[in-house]
Design a binder for this molecule. Structure first.
Ligand code: ADP
Ligand code: MG
Length: 395
């Protein structure tokens, strides 16, 4: 895996010169609290040490030109309202540039090269990493610093309006607010993040990309979101945070399946995430692990966003179990494929990664991508020093 320093060098090399501005933004993994960021719930992600890095050089025109390895180039006119277009990946760029334009911010024309160590479409939010990297690049080019929350919301709107994925606020908040050794615990009702220390060297988070990819934009995600809205309307409350399991049971038949199952997931997951935060603070890892397994079952059976490969990956972790150093495991991200997150004891992590890889290959015939990551710095500008080296400018 390439470190961010190597990504920065590669982006500069592809650009063919010393960049005027370089921006980086990470993917994320969510420990617990899934599919409830759009239901006023709590979520507990952190920024991965995997980044999308974009290097840009002013080109004296009024166009932005983006290239990304293996993707068609994208040219975007600056200083005017934008609409969706081809190629598709350009819509994340158009959405963010459009958001800046709506705020009266128009950058000078530039050529940009993008490199990434965030696996795409793997439930690790390469889309938010891309949006937040572009937003940070534009901040650098326009000479402004947006308030972090405003920046994350601008990026979320880009994903809604230009990529047509009605995502919640988790991904862009994690990519924007991420800090070293901190979880970004978000109260999605108030839209306020709280940084929770995650420094225990005995804990390691393993991310396992099943390499099974189902499109989030094909309607499955949007349909889940609609089910939760329908359920809340029948329950008759204005926020999921005010809904109890008894409220759900009282209208179980009226809601009917699968809406009632979706409702049970939302209420259960909100309370599991609150309990997980308490367990983490108390160092009660047994409870934390149990909550992660319960979260996975709920996503599988009630929310129906898991798949065979995710279930198998979680099952393998569970089989390794406490004796083998595994604390808990679950699918992470939007689902329908993608990745699992496994919390484990650090001194067993390497052994666990190897067993998971071997067993997964044996049972699914697929070579998974499995790695560990610590919570890392969120979106930031990387400035070029006078000596041609680079230095951080974390906001
Ligand atoms: P996730 O956010 O879980 O990775 P999404 O389906 O939301 O999955 O976003 C993946 C999309 O983001 C890709 O289809 C592509 O359009 C865009 N993307 C991600 N990484 C890159 C990259 N390095 N270069 C160009 N586009 C990218
Ligand atoms: Mg995404």
């Amino acid at each position: 895996m390439e470190k961010i320093e190597q990504l920065v060098e590669k982006a500069q090399e592809l650009l063919g010169g010393n960049a005027d501005v370089i921006a980086a933004s990470p993917g994320r993994v969510n420990l617990i609290g899934e599919h409830i960021d759009y239901c006023d719930g709590f979520v507990m992600p952190f920024a991965l040490d995997r980044y999308i890095v974009i290097a840009a050089l002013k080109n004296g025109t009024n166009q932005a030109k983006f290239s990304s390895v293996g993707m068609p180039d994208v040219t975007i006119p600056l200083g005017q309202a934008l609409e969706c277009d081809e190629p598709k990946w350009g819509n994340y760029l158009r959405g963010v540039i459009h958001g800046f334009f709506q705020r009266g911010l128009v950058p000078p024309g530039f050529d940009a090269c993008l490199v990434s160590s965030v696996p795409g479409g793997a439930g690790l939010s390469s889309s938010a990493a891309l949006e937040c990297a572009v937003a940070t690049l534009l901040e650098g080019l326009c000479g402004v610093t947006l308030e972090k929350k405003a920046k994350a919301l601008l990026c979320q709107k880009a994903e809604h309006d230009f990529a047509h994925v009605p995502c919640g606020i988790m991904d862009q908040f994690a990519s924007t607010f991420g800090e070293k050794d901190k979880l970004v615990m978000i109260d999605c009702r108030t839209g306020e993040p709280t940084m929770v220390p995650f420094e225990n060297p005995n804990l390691t988070v393993i991310i396992a990309n099943t390499r099974v990819h189902h499109e989030l934009s094909d309607g499955g995600y949007a349909l889940r979101r609609k089910h939760t809205e329908d359920a809340l309307a029948i329950i008759g409350k204005s926020s999921w945070r005010d809904v109890t399991m008894a409220d759900v049971e009282a209208v179980w038949e009226t809601m009917g399946s699968p809406v009632n199952l979706r409702a049970r997931h939302v209420v259960g997951e909100i309370s599991r995430t609150q309990d997980a935060a308490k367990a983490l603070a108390a160092g009660d890892f047994e409870t934390l692990g149990r909550l992660m397994y319960e979260s996975h079952l709920s996503l599988k059976d009630d929310f129906a966003v898991s798949c065979r490969e995710l279930d198998i990956m979680v099952e393998i972790a569970k089989e390794i179990g406490q004796e083998g150093g595994v604390i808990g495991a679950r699918m992470t991200g939007g689902g329908f494929g993608g990745s699992t997150v496994t919390l484990c004891e650090s001194h067993r992590a390497q052994e666990i990664i190897e067993t998971m890889a071997q067993e997964y290959e044996k049972r699914c015939g697929i070579t998974a991508e499995i790695f560990s990551s610590r919570p890392s710095l969120g979106a930031h500008l990387v400035k070029i020093g006078n000596n041609g080296g680079w230095s951080w400018d974390p906001k």
